[in-house]
Design a protein around this ligand. Structure first.
Ligand code: DAH
Length: 351
């Protein structure tokens, strides 16, 4: 018999094989896949054939091995979940075969991790609505009507039945900074809170942008809160999230609700700062915006800026997740492809 025929015969044989008990399944494994098993023997015979034959044969042989492994797996499942056979009477004390369970979504895992890091240093968690009014999303945060800063965020406005936009415009919130306003309106300092949630922007969907994504906003208001504390807090976050070797830097920036404002970069976790295509060969990746809460924002929310100061920051959860999991395309998160989703599990985040 040629090697090809032997492969075909063996394939038929293992497909027809049955096993009712765990012992029989183990005998199947030894007979086909064990060190002296028949599939293993064909791999030995393969070493003798000529170089031209090797290519086609190698492929068939690998298929055979995969078929043997798949059949073994099938028999194993059958032996645990299948009905009791004569020599394997029903044993009600055996643990049940577990149903396959889903896993948490990677964005849920990363959001939980971010919140956890801040919770451990005294931040509470607060949330606000996704459909937001103009005051909370823009006005109280120092974006006057018609101010060009509103163009920084392309907004989905919603029609208010019977109302003119000017009277009561509602929008899908463009950032979780809106929750800052809600928290400050309702509480007195000291305030230390993080606000995770969904945000929406009118962006074309691509590998790098989406019309819906997640942010975590942070807010700390008390007497004498300093920029040094902001920097220390964010440095702690970056190290807790990505490892002790990570460093951050701040670049001056502009946000209407903070003064001074900064953009925070972190040393690239992928290349360690040496330069790669994720950090565009700069060694740094941008992870969030931050700054000292503008006194006008404190005043808008009923907090006396002569007594209190604060810092705030806002980060994109998908961005943090991308650096953590190295997923190159944002769209993958929202396509609900089980093959993608089942690769993430909470174990990686146990701390
Ligand atoms: N809201 C900003 C955005 O969505 C992010 C941000 C920047 C939040 C600076 C802040 C901050 O609290 O201080 O782009």
């Amino acid at each position: 018999m040629s090697l090809l025929e032997r492969i075909a015969a063996l394939e038929a044989e293992l497909r027809a094989a049955t096993a009712g008990t765990a012992d029989e399944v183990e005998r199947f494994r030894i007979a086909f896949l064990g060190r002296n098993g028949s599939v293993t023997a064909l791999f030995d015979a393969f070493k003798q054939v000529s170089a031209e034959e090797k290519r086609a044969l190698g492929q068939r042989l690998n298929q055979l091995k995969q078929a043997a492994q798949a059949r073994w797996e099938e028999l194993r499942q059958g032996a645990t979940a299948g009905p009791a056979t004569a020599d394997h009477a029903l044993d009600p004390t055996r643990p049940a075969a577990l149903d396959p369970a889903g896993t948490l979504h990677p964005i849920t895992l990363v959001r939980g991790r971010i919140v956890d890091i801040f919770a451990r240093i005294g931040f509470t968690v607060s949330e606000g609505p996704e459909v937001e009014d103009d005051r909370h999303n823009f006005g109280a945060l120092n974006f006057p009507p018609d101010h060009p800063a509103r163009d920084m965020q392309d907004t989905f406005f919603m029609e208010v039945p019977g109302g003119t936009p000017a009277e009561g415009a509602l929008a899908l919130r463009t950032h979780t900074s809106s929750v800052q306003v809600r928290v400050m309106e309702g509480r007195r300092p000291p305030i230390r809170t993080v606000s995770p949630g969904r945000v929406y922007r009118n962006e074309a969907i691509s590998a790098r942008a989406h019309c819906m994504f997640h942010q975590v906003e942070g807010l700390y208001v008390d007497r004498d809160v300093s920029f040094a504390e902001l920097k220390g807090t964010l440095d702690h976050f970056a190290k807790a999230m990505f490892g002790p070797e990570v460093v951050i830097r701040m670049r001056p920036s502009y946000f209407p609700f903070t003064e001074p404002s900064a953009e925070v970069d972190m040393s690239c976790t992928i290349c360690g700062g040496g330069g790669c295509n994720v950090c565009k060969h700069s060694g740094w990746v941008e992870i969030m915006g931050c700054g000292m809460v503008d006194p006008a924002v404190l005043a808008n929310c009923g907090i006396d800026p002569d007594l209190y100061s604060g810092f705030a920051f806002g980060m994109g959860v998908e961005r943090i997740a991308q650096l953590h999991y190295r997923v190159p395309d944002l769209r993958l998160y929202w396509e609900n492809d089980v093959r993608f989703l089942e690769q993430f599990n909470a174990e990686a985040f146990r701390s």
